[in-house]
Structures are given as structure tokens and as C-alpha cells.
Write a protein of this length. Structure first.
Lengths: 248, 219, 666
């Protein structure tokens, strides 16, 4: 396959970026998207051009590090995959592919396609935990039975990999799917209920301070989420938040 | 007041004011449709609405505030949301993952708002003028006549119909979405969604039907 | 320096309790005066950081990823073992201990493994308290499953994402401490060197990967939790960024490196599809419960398949070689990982590999589909002779069991595994070897600790499934926080360490010089070029089976490659900006040294044990042959200026509780 790549190049956070065009010959359809990027970078290094900086690590769709906006969609045209699990057979010979970083005010660009998602960490630090010290015998693990239905839902919410595709794809750059997944995981479990009020208030407050936009229920996040996190979580967070606000 | 300052608080406020307007719309439709089959009933109801002190001095201001609140907050949120992505994408395929209506509420909202301007100019301003400025004598028979008169112009009926198309689009996303905003997403959601979709088609079509009916039967 | 493993006296079952009661503690008021550096945020690093911060120490934690949550522990699929005996099937601390020692082919340290089994139950309690969503049954209690090599169900799991859920639990505990200001988190920072002052670990030189700045960080103790070194093979199931550098830097500063040649090669991974391959993806071991592994019997069929003239489904039953069932009738397709991997290699080496690279075997679900389908048809009272119906019913059963894995396979390979057999091949997965530590998890540098996969202590020559997560969390939550206090109790009057000491200056200057040398080198080949070459040498000569000749060649070739690397590597960009290629160059430089020591260690250990198979040491049937008389020891290598000069120290392994036996799966 021959491809034309239009890639966002930006030297650093302060620099003004722009799209650059590169030609790539001999791309195998069996390559993953990131392997195609590896080939491009080897080519650029050999030509004496600065390679494209992009985030990636596990390359099996679980670490949440890869983050490319491909042809106008977070993680590209395939569904329920991260960029690293997207394969070139999804494209055709002669295609032009545009690649941009995940864009949001709260995700400033570091270089090229690499963005700073530490706002997600700060939201978690505001309350995404259960306050329990390490003792190993707080309570026997089977002391509190948990309804399988709730446990499964908590698990589904917990599958979020924190990649930020929800923010990237949302027309408002809203982080509600991400935040609600964490709020939901704990709200559904008895261990998390104790601190539920403070958790949702603090996490939402931090989310607002980071400069994410507001949710307008377009549902784009759910479609683009590589782990299929449900919008139901956002409704649950709204409920939890109202309840917590009224409680005081 | 962290509630109203927060993103979720505002979302909640948008949803509640929207739901309130939906209730008003239903009530408005219920009265208007009577004009199709009974001029007398329509006149009677209109007269009641226009002269009952509770409606005039309590409900009407609340409604006006509700409308002002809904669109002001809507515009403010749109500005805030636009700022949340300060550098825009070169290529953005919104259609790949969300329906057009949900992404363009501000557009359908703006069309509805300008229609409201026209509507106020057509009905509300003359009404206020009649009652409170010129203080003309009470006449419980005049409403039907005025209504017929307004729908004589095909241009006006056209604008009217077009505006209701946008209202339909606005409702199509807004009505069901307001339940999600207030935290309702459960096993009833599917049924609720069907109902709101039906509502968002039936009510605007009904309004257009009333307009066309009077336009075509006036001669 | 002689090796002292500092194993406490007393009976095996009492050692840990007695030790905890006797070691020195640091008072809460004094903990505030003590700084600890943790490098790495996988299960071990994150759990240690959180726990040390809760205790009151000032913790500085470093990770090279953009968030601590991305560490590669996140990719673990299957589960975590714990001797809870919730299933009432006879599990106990002793049984978990015994299975782990035996699984490790009698090359691990008894006291450490016993302690691991002892604290395993606490891990589950701790994680549940944190809100980790483990799988539950309809009664609301925790569910367990069974894993290879054991006779009980002791594996706790969260679908196929156990690693992620446990890591997010530890990450959440860290977040709580970051929020309290007790952990200072340094994301996108890489440890470049250890700083040793007066013989003690007193800090690190770190590089801010975004700005390129070098930073000096001091502490009273340094904990290395940087994971394993499987990426020395270039292709492995490790993350792209997984590296040996932190462990290698401390090795060069005096920490012994133990058993570097002990590597686990996992039999069921998706094969390499071409030259462009950057990493390999694991398919869960559980697939071997229902899949049958085979290659064609006739080389003509192999040729026809490779050329696309023949489909695997067209090969008749009698023309297939179910080689595991043939060689190991008792265990069949369920032999341990090392045995299954070697058998696949043996067939492919003989030319029976079934893909275009010749390195793949079939994992076939057709008979399982038929078996389940017939069973379902029978249960539902339908026609068991209707082959289309039987196939559909059988596929539904397989889908319910392995649906997500089949989908992942289809995404990567673009073949439907319900219709045609999967292709699999072994891949490097885990490294049992690592930094040598004593019972307290301290390396041979005072004040420098190594935990999790980075150390060597618990898995011997082969690790059992679902034990890596257990060890990482045991070290981080329940072992290190106790043992480190014993050492730090001597540091309560020390005060904070000055980063202007000459040792810091010297270490920083050396790091700076190397970085400058990389970017100013006018080379011709990229870093990946060298990494691929190294990987090929490692895989061909230090892979699933090893011999003296190949290992000697590997040593020479790696040395030559390393020299070429320093001469001809091309690293773009500068040292003062975000430069992923530069970071990669540093890591590959360390792999090029480790690789040589790896081969040297493999050459030295002239026996076959666990994942280490020496062709010279096998039974007449070609099975691994251990040499207990000469090799029941840990090889701990001391750095002497060059990998070839490394000095071997032997830590004898004494088995008091366990009788050393031969494993057999016939």
C-alpha cells in the first residue's frame, strides 16, 4: 500500500503547529497503525527529519497511552479499539490519512501528537479512591457479599483505560464519561459508598477546574470509547452529584 | 451555590428549564388544536388564559423567565464549550459518532429563538398592547378571528412551518436527553426515548397542521 | 563481597512473623524526616509508594509513562493467586508455597517463597477493601478459577483484565497520597543513574523526558520497581517502553544481577507477521483447555499451505501431527509453558511451521466445537448428526468462553478462528531473573532495594501463571514497607541529603556526557536497527533452547554489535527537548550490555531447568535434565567494568522443607 499522511507537527508546547504531508510506500495491510508510524519515523530519521513524537506503550489496547485522532475520529475509523489495535487493512491503497493529536484545552500538546493528560490524574487525586490504609486485614475479602449485578456493572465502569478518547471526540471536550466511570465504579460498591458524597463533589469540581467542557449528551464518547463505557455512567454521576449537592 | 456554578449543575438547570418549556408547549398545543374544531371553545380558553390574574401575573412571568434562562444558559454553555477546545481539529468527523441534531442544538435553538421573536411580535405584543396599553374593552370573541387573520399570509405560514421543523429537531435530542441529564438512565429509558421521539414529531406537526388548516380553510 | 541472604532463623512457617517482630522500626515522628525514592509504578512500585507514604515517609515516585496508571502490570490478563481456600478444595499456604517452588523447578529461595504464599491472602483483602471489582458468583462472594500446574482453584480474577484492575487499585491508593502531598509524583521522568554516597544509595539522577533537563533527587533509600527485561529480545509481550535501565544502572553501581538467563517464553502468542513487527500479543493460556495443537505430518502439505494452495481445514485427520498429545500423552496440550514452547520450536525448526515465516503452529478448536455442539444438541434434544447445527451450537459455547480472545485474534490476524485454526507461536513474556536481593529485598548496595519483576527471588527458573501479580503486590504492600524500616532506623538523625555532593555532580556529568555523545554521533543506523539485531541474536542463540556454541557466538556477536552501536548509531534531535529516540537509545545501550551477561549466565549454567534449556543437558527423549548436584544455586553476577568481566557469586539454595524431585509430564 502507498499512503499519503498529513500529520500535525508542533515542536513544543509553545510553538505554533501545522500539518505536514509525508508519502509512505510499501505499507503492509497486516501492520498495526503504530507500526506504520514506526516505518515512517525510521524513514524520517534516515532523511534527517525529526521523527514524529507520539505516545504509545503496551500496544495491546490496555495501557491507554496511544492517542491519535485519525481521519477525524479518536483512535480512527474502527470501533472498540485503541490506535495500537487499529490495523492498516482498514485503509486502502492510495488513501490520504490525517493524523492529529487529541485536542482539548485540558490536554495541551507537548510535541507533535503527544499531549499532556495529567488533568486526568489530578481528577483521580481529588477523590478517585477509597480511603483505606494498607493493613491487609481490614476485613476479610468475603465479609461483604456484593450483588453480582452491581459487581459486574462496577467492573464494566472500571474497564476505562484513561486514554482520553471521550474528551478528544466530544465536540465540547467534556470529560464526563471518564469521570463518571470512576464515580460509578465506587458508587456501585459498598466499599465506595462511605465517601461517595465527597468523592463526586471533589472530582467534578476538579474536572471543572481543569477546563473541560460541558456534556450535551451527544453520545459520541460512548461510540468512540475503545472499551465501550456506557452513557449510563454519566446519568449515574449526575444523580450522585445532585444527591451529594443537596445533602450539603 | 456550588451546584449552579458546576458543570453538572448547569446541565441539570438546562434540562429542568427545557422540561418546563416542554410542559408549556403541550399546554399551548392543547389550546391551539381546539381552534380546528371549535372556535367557541378556543375563544373561551384563550380568554381565560389572557385574563386570569394567576396566569397573567404568575405563570406568564415564570414562562418568560424560563425562556430567557434556557437560551441564555444555552448560549453561555456553548461559548464555554467552544473554549474547551481552543485549537480546533483540521478534520473532525462528528457525523461518525453522533447525530446531527445533538451536535447542533445551538443552531436549532437559535432558529427557535428568532421564531419566538416573530411570534411575540405577532401575538404577544398586540395582545399586551390591546390589554394593558390601549386598554381596549374586553372581548371574549376576538381570539379566533385574530388567529385566522395571522395565517392568511403564505410567507408567514411558511416561516411558521420551517420553525417548527427546527423545534422538532431541538426536541428530538433535547427532550430525551434531559432525562439523562437529571440522572435517569435505566430500564425505562428505551420506552421514554420512544415517547420523546413521538412527542418531538407529533407536537410540531400538530402546530403546522393547525396553521395549514386555517390557511387553507380561511377563504 | 560475600552474599548474605539474611534469611532469619527458625522454622519456615515462623520466619516472617519472627523477623517482623524483631526488626527495628522508625517512629512516626521520624518517618517525616526520611525520604524514599521509588522508580516505577507497576504493581510493586505503586503499592510500595502508597504504603510507604501512608506510613509517613516522604516518597518521590518516578515513571517514564505519562501517568503511573500506564505501567505494564496493566496488561496482565489471567488472575492473581492467593491461598484463601474459599473453594474448600484443600488449598493452604503450604500448598501454594510448594506449587511455586516446584513450578520454579527448584531454583528459588524457600524462605522468600513461603513468605509470598503467607501474605497472598492479605493481598485479596486489601484489594477488595480498595474497591477492586473482582469477579463474583451469584451469592455475591468472590469467584476463583484454576490455572496451569496446580490442583486447586486459587486464582482470583477480573475477567481478562486482572492486571488492570489491581494496578488501578494501587494507583488509587497512590492518588490518595499524592492528594495528601505525601507522594511527589514525577511522570515522564526516567531514572538515569543511581547515586551512591559512602557506600549507600542516596539518590538518583533523573531526566525530565519533556524538557530533557537532568534532575538530582536525593533520598535515604532507593527502591527499584522497574519490571523485567524481556525486551532484550526486541520482540516480546512487554510494552514498548519496558526496559532494564534502572536495574542495569544499579548493577553497574554494585548491585548483583541474578540468574539473567531465566526467561519465560509463553507458548500461545500471535505469531510474527513480518519484518515490521514491533511487539507480540499474548493469547491467554486458558485457550489450551479446548484447543488442540498440531502441524501437518507431511512437508508437502506445509509447502502447499505456505503458498496458499491448501487450507488447514482440508488436511485430513491422519495427516496431522498433534505433537503434544503424541509426546506427552498424560498432560497432552496442557503441559507447562516451557515444555509447550520448546515442542513448538522443535517442529518449526524441522520445517513444519505453517505461516509464511515458518514460525507458527495451529491451535485448533474444531474438535472442541464439535464436542460441545454434540453435547448441546443432545441436551436440547436436537439432531446430533446435523453437522451444520452441531457446529453452530459448538461455536456458541466457544464464543461464550473465549469470545473476547477470538475477537482480538481476528482484529490482529484478520482470520476467523471459529472457521479456521488459530496460528500461534511462543514469545518472550516474563523474566524470572533480575537484581539479586536478600530476604529484606535489599540489593547488594545498602539502601537500594529491588521489588517485583525487577528482582529475582520468588519464581526460580519458571513462573506459574497468576503469580507475577501476587509477587508484585506482596513485595510492595506487605514486605518492603516492613523491611525498609529496619534499614532506615539508622537514618533518623541523618537529615536530608545534599544534592550538591560531589557524587551527584559526578553522576550527572556522566549521564550528560552519554546523552551528548548519542546526539552528536554522526551515525547511519537508527536505534531500532540495533535493537532488532540484538533481538535476533538473543532469540536465535539464547531463546527457547541454548547450546554452548551458540551462546559463545552470541557473546561475541553482542559485543561486536555494541561496539558498532556506539560508533554508528544515529539519534536525531537534541538533549534538551522531548526526544523519544534519545530515551530509546539509552535503553538499548543497556540491553546491549545485559544481553551479553545473559548469554554468559546461560553458558555458565550447563543444565536445563525451567525456562532455561541447554541442549547438552537433556534426557534421551529430549526432555529437560536438571543437574541438582552442580547447579542448585543462584548465579549472582557482580559488575567489573564490562559484562565479560562479570564475577560470579553463588548463593547456595538449601531446601529444608521440600524434597527436590524431577518434573515429568509424560
Amino acid at each position: 500500500m502507498k499512503l499519503t499522511l498529513k500529520i500535525w507537527r508542533q515542536a513544543n508546547a509553545q510553538a505554533k503547529g501545522k500539518m505536514e504531508t509525508y508519502q509512505l510506500e510499501e505499507v503492509s495491510p497486516d501492520m498495526s497503525f503504530l507500526e506504520m508510524m514506526d516505518v515512517l519515523n525510521e524513514q524520517l530519521i534516515e532523511q534527517g527529519i525529526d521523527p514524529v513524537a507520539f505516545d504509545h506503550d503496551c500496544r495491546e489496547g490496555i495501557c491507554g497511552m496511544c492517542s491519535m485522532f485519525i481521519n477525524g475520529e479518536a483512535h480512527g475509523p474502527d470501533r472498540l479499539v485503541t490506535t495500537c489495535q487499529l490495523h492498516m487493512r482498514k485503509f486502502k491503497d492510495g488513501d490520504t490519512i490525517t493524523i492529529e493529536p487529541f485536542r482539548a484545552k485540558a490536554f495541551p500538546v507537548i510535541k507533535d501528537l503527544t499531549v499532556d493528560r495529567s488533568s486526568f490524574d489530578r481528577i483521580q487525586q481529588a477523590g478517585g479512591f477509597v480511603s483505606v490504609n494498607t493493613s491487609g486485614n481490614t476485613q476479610d475479602a468475603n465479609a461483604i457479599p456484593i450483588d453480582k449485578h452491581d459487581a459486574d456493572k462496577a467492573f464494566d465502569a472500571a474497564t476505562c483505560i484513561g486514554c482520553g478518547a471521550c474528551v478528544a471526540t466530544c465536540k465540547n471536550a467534556s470529560a464526563m464519561l471518564f469521570v463518571s466511570a470512576k464515580v460509578s465504579q465506587y458508587a456501585l460498591l459498598p466499599q465506595g459508598k462511605v465517601e461517595a458524597t465527597d468523592r463526586v463533589l471533589n472530582m467534578v469540581n476538579q474536572m471543572d477546574e481543569e477546563g473541560f467542557g460541558n456534556c450535551t449528551n451527544t453520545g459520541a464518547c460512548e461510540v468512540e470509547c475503545p472499551k465501550g463505557i456506557s452513557l449510563e455512567n454519566i446519568a449515574r454521576m449526575n444523580r450522585e452529584y445532585l444527591h451529594a449537592s443537596l445533602k450539603g | 451555590m456550588t451546584l449552579i456554578a458546576s458543570s453538572i449543575g448547569r446541565k441539570f438547570a438546562m434540562a429542568l428549564s427545557g422540561l418546563f418549556l416542554v410542559i408549556f408547549l403541550t399546554q399551548h398545543f392543547a389550546i391551539n388544536i381546539t381552534s380546528v374544531f371549535s372556535a367557541a371553545l378556543f375563544n373561551e380558553l384563550s380568554h381565560f388564559m389572557g385574563n386570569n390574574p394567576l396566569v397573567q401575573f404568575v405563570f406568564q412571568p415564570i414562562l418568560i423567565l424560563g425562556v430567557l434562562f434556557h437560551f441564555t444558559l444555552g448560549f453561555l454553555l456553548e461559548i464555554k464549550n467552544a473554549q474547551s477546545r481552543n485549537v480546533k481539529y483540521k478534520t473532525y468527523r462528528g457525523a461518525a459518532n453522533a447525530p446531527w441534531v445533538s451536535r447542533n442544538m445551538i443552531l436549532s435553538g437559535a432558529v427557535i429563538l428568532s421564531f419566538l421573536g416573530l411570534h411575540f411580535y405577532d401575538f404577544w405584543v398586540p395582545e399586551m398592547n390591546y390589554k394593558y396599553i390601549e386598554v381596549l374593552p374586553l372581548n371574549s370573541e376576538r381570539y379566533f378571528e385574530e388567529l385566522i387573520h395571522k395565517f392568511e399570509s403564505p410567507v408567514r405560514v411558511g416561516i411558521y412551518a420551517l420553525s417548527f421543523v427546527f423545534l422538532s429537531l431541538h426536541l428530538y435530542h433535547g427532550f430525551s436527553s434531559s432525562f439523562q441529564s437529571v440522572g435517569l438512565n435505566n430500564s425505562y429509558t428505551k420506552a421514554l426515548k420512544t415517547f420523546t421521539v413521538a412527542f418531538s414529531i407529533v407536537i410540531p406537526v400538530g402546530f403546522v397542521f393547525i396553521a395549514l388548516f386555517h390557511h387553507l380553510t380561511a377563504f | 563481597m560475600a552474599l548474605d541472604s539474611k534469611i532469619p532463623q527458625g522454622s519456615l512457617a515462623d520466619k516472617w512473623t519472627t523477623h517482623k517482630s524483631n526488626i527495628n522500626l522508625v517512629s512516626p515522628a521520624n518517618k517525616r524526616l526520611i525520604d524514599v525514592i521509588v522508580v516505577g509504578t507497576g504493581l510493586a512500585g505503586a503499592s510500595a509508594s502508597a504504603t510507604l507514604a501512608e506510613l509517613g515517609y516522604n516518597v518521590k515516585t518516578f515513571c517514564f509513562q505519562d501517568s503511573p496508571r500506564r505501567a505494564h502490570s496493566i496488561a496482565a490478563q489471567g488472575g492473581i493467586n492467593a491461598a484463601k481456600n474459599y473453594q474448600g478444595d484443600g488449598d493452604s499456604t503450604y500448598r501454594l508455597f510448594y506449587d511455586t517452588i516446584k513450578g520454579g523447578d527448584y531454583r528459588s529461595r524457600e524462605a522468600n517463597v513461603y513468605r509470598l504464599a503467607e501474605v497472598s491472602a492479605n493481598i485479596i483483602d486489601q484489594c477488595v477493601a480498595q474497591g477492586v471489582p473482582f469477579a463474583r458468583d451469584y451469592g455475591g462472594l468472590l469467584d476463583n478459577r484454576s490455572f496451569g500446574g496446580v490442583l486447586v482453584s486459587r486464582t482470583f480474577y477480573a475477567k481478562g483484565q486482572t492486571g488492570q484492575q489491581l494496578l488501578l487499585g494501587a494507583y488509587s491508593a497512590m492518588n490518595r497520597q499524592i492528594g495528601r502531598g505525601k507522594i511527589k509524583m514525577y511522570n515522564r521522568h526516567e531514572m538515569m543513574d543511581l547515586v551512591v554516597v559512602e557506600g549507600k544509595a542516596r539518590g538518583i539522577i533523573a531526566r525530565n523526558l519533556v524538557s530533557g533537563e537532568l534532575e538530582r533527587h536525593s533520598a535515604h533509600a532507593v527502591v527499584i520497581a522497574s519490571g523485567g527485561y524481556g525486551n532484550v529480545f526486541f520482540l516480546s509481550t512487554n510494552a514498548m517502553g519496558s526496559n532494564v535501565s534502572a536495574a542495569w544502572k544499579i548493577h553497574k553501581k554494585g548491585a548483583h544481577f541474578a540468574n539473567p538467563c531465566f526467561t519465560q517464553i509463553h507458548p500461545t502468542c500471535i505469531p510474527v507477521s513480518g519484518e515490521h513487527q514491533s511487539k507480540l500479543t499474548l493469547m491467554s493460556e486458558s485457550l489450551r483447555n479446548d484447543g488442540r495443537i498440531w502441524v501437518p505430518k507431511n512437508l508437502e502439505d506445509v509447502k502447499a499451505i505456505r503458498e496458499g494452495r491448501l487450507k488447514p481445514t482440508e488436511i485430513k485427520e491422519e495427516d496431522r501431527d498433534y505433537y503434544l498429545e503424541r509426546r506427552y500423552p498424560a498432560f497432552g496440550n496442557l503441559v507447562p509453558r516451557d515444555v509447550a514452547s520448546r515442542a513448538a520450536k522443535e517442529r518449526c525448526d524441522e520445517g513444519y511451521g505453517v505461516n509464511k515465516t515458518g514460525e507458527a503452529v495451529y491451535l485448533d478448536f474444531a474438535s472442541a466445537i464439535e464436542r460441545y455442539g454434540k453435547e448441546q444438541a443432545h441436551v436440547k434434544g436436537l439432531d446430533t448428526e446435523d453437522s451444520a447445527l452441531v457446529k453452530k451450537l459448538g461455536q456458541d459455547v466457544i464464543r461464550a468462553k473465549y469470545g473476547n480472545l477470538f475477537q482480538m485474534y481476528e482484529k490482529i490476524v484478520d482470520q476467523n478462528p471459529y472457521e479456521t485454526p488459530m496460528m500461534i507461536y511462543p514469545a518472550v513474556h516474563y523474566t524470572m531473573g533480575g537484581v539479586w536481593v536478600d530476604y529484606n529485598l535489599m540489593t547488594s548496595i545498602p539502601g537500594c532495594y529491588a521489588i517485583g519483576e525487577a528482582n529475582f527471588s520468588d519464581h526460580g527458573a519458571n513462573r506459574l501463571g497468576a503469580s507475577a501479580l501476587m509477587q508484585g503486590l506482596a513485595d510492595g504492600y506487605f514486605v518492603l514497607p516492613y523491611t525498609i524500616g529496619d534499614y532506615l532506623s539508622n537514618d533518623i538523625r541523618t537529615g536530608s541529603i545534599d544534592t550538591n555532593l560531589p557524587e551527584f555532580e559526578k553522576a550527572e556529568a556522566a549521564v550528560k556526557a552519554q546523552l551528548e555523545a548519542f546526539v552528536s554521533n554522526k551515525g547511519t543506523h537508527t536505534v531500532d536497527y540495533y535493537h532488532r539485531k540484538l533481538g535476533k541474536i538473543m532469540w536465535d542463540k539464547c531463546g527457547m533452547s541454548r547450546n554452548a556454541k551458540g551462546l559463545k557466538e552470541a557473546i561475541t556477536e553482542i559485543k561486536a554489535l555494541r561496539e558498532d552501536f556506539y560508533k554508528n548509531v544515529k539519534v536525531p534531535g537534541t538533549t534538551t527537548d522531548f526526544n523519544p529516540e534519545l530515551a530509546k537509545a539509552g535503553r538499548v545501550a543497556d540491553f546491549l550490555e545485559l544481553g551479553e551477561l545473559f548469554a554468559k549466565d546461560a553458558l555458565e549454567r550447563n543444565e536445563s531447568c525451567g525456562g532455561h534449556f541447554r541442549e547438552e543437558s537433556q534426557t534421551p527423549e529430549g526432555e529437560a535434565l536438571r543437574d541438582d548436584e552442580n547447579f542448585t544455586f543462584v548465579s549472582a553476577w557482580e559488575y567489573k567494568g564490562d559484562p565479560s568481566q562479570a564475577k560470579l557469586h553463588k548463593e547456595a539454595l538449601n531446601y529444608q522443607e521440600i524434597e527436590v524431585k524431577t518434573r515429568s509430564y509424560k
